[in-house]
Design a protein around this ligand. Structure first.
Ligand code: NAD
Ligand code: LMR
Length: 325
């Protein structure tokens, strides 16, 4: 067992997602069974009491890997020495809202947190933004952290990726692990593009097993609108599935994966996505870094779907221009 604990900061620690996420992190599901963890919980002053209660319950769970918990309402303290950060703290949308409706309220959270990461986090800091609208919030945080490599700021597309796998597995009567080369491009919004063009199931092309009209007219909107469907049915936004996806994201980033997964990261201009926009791409993870899957030949349908996301992300970036450095 390695002796030095890693420090993991979770914002929104008294909230719904954190109530699932923190238990997975403390159990070693991100860095693995040999790495002790220290947790740093950030909340707004009014919810620090709630976060302290969460910390008491974490301690009561007697996790062998958990080496300490800090609770604070100061971002500088929360990110001091952090190796990984889950930026969850933000308002969820209610029924009838789109995620972009949260931009003005939530956007203001991410500049100061980016600046605190810039000044206080460890050199190997990795950030995943979960709070919505996640892609543009990640852009705001990244722009406020000029000394941190831009590709350490990511936003969560893994929930969309997992939803894609689960819908497909149900449709074809197979396991989610039977699929390869699934990609979700673009924004974590209703515009997102769950792309099956390159997907295989047990080594065979998925699209040979599906009706194209079902793919275009039912499957893509179903995945893209799943967040709203959960809010409609559950009465509040997804939480445990978001936490599970955030763990998948950070675990694969740190420990590697050759299997395609979907991650939103600052674009390097690949596939016609404007440089700097935080957009979902198919990626693998090698040596602790995400690598965009290169060399894919996109058809007109794919290009059109991706362009719709680029337009939306540019509009979001424009809407928060005053928060960007
Ligand atoms: P929640 O309301 O239960 O909890 C949010 C917590 O964040 C609250 O305790 C609040 O006090 C805290 N918070 C607010 N501002 C903060 C700040 N500046 N610093 C620290 N903490 C702060 O919400 P939730 O269900 O946990 O969802 C959190 C966010 O995650 C929402 O924006 C939601 O839309 C988003 N979400 C994203 C995905 C995704 O796939 N990206 C999935 C599900 C939910
Ligand atoms: C989700 O996809 O479930 C979350 O982003 C919550 C939401 O508002 O849809």
């Amino acid at each position: 067992m390695s002796q030095n604990p890693v420090k993991i900061t979770v914002t929104g620690a008294a909230g719904n997602i954190a109530y699932s996420l923190l238990w997975r992190i403390a159990a070693g599901d991100v860095y693995g069974p040999d790495t002790p963890v220290e947790l740093s919980l950030l909340e707004i002053p009014a919810a620090v009491g709630g976060a302290e209660g969460v910390a008491m319950e974490l301690n009561d769970s007697a996790f062998p890997l958990l080496r300490g918990i800090t609770v604070t309402d100061k971002a500088e303290t929360a990110f001091e020495g952090a190796n990984a950060a889950f930026l969850v703290g933000a308002k969820p949308r209610a029924k009838g809202e789109e995620r972009a409706d949260l931009l003005k309220n939530n956007g203001g959270i991410f500049g100061p947190q980016g600046a605190a990461i810039n000044g206080h986090a460890a050199d190997d800091i990795r950030v995943v933004v979960v709070g919505n609208p996640a892609n543009t919030n990640a852009l705001i945080a990244q722009q406020s952290a000029p000394d941190v490599p831009a590709d350490r700021f990511t936003a969560l597309m893994r929930l969309d990726h997992n939803r894609t796998l689960s819908q497909l597995a149900e449709k074809l009567g197979v396991l989610t692990t039977d699929f390869e080369n699934v990609a979700v491009w673009g924004n974590h919004s209703a515009a997102q593009f769950p792309d099956l063009t390159f997907a295989t199931v047990k080594g065979e092309p998925v699209m040979e097993k599906l009706d194209r009209d079902w793919y275009v007219d039912e499957f893509i909107p179903r995945v893209a609108r799943r967040g709203a469907e959960i809010i409609e049915v559950r009465g509040r936004s997804s939480a445990a599935s978001a936490a599970a996806a955030a763990v998948d994201h950070m675990r694969d980033w740190i420990r590697g994966t050759d299997r395609w997964v979907s991650v939103a990261l600052p674009s390097d201009g690949s596939y016609g996505i404007d440089e700097g926009l935080v957009a979902g791409f198919p990626v693998v993870s090698r040596n602790g870094s995400w690598e965009i899957v290169r060399g894919l030949e996109l058809d007109d349908f794919q290009r059109g779907m991706i362009a719709k996301n680029v337009d939306e992300l540019k509009a979001e970036r424009h809407a928060v221009a005053d928060l960007l450095n």
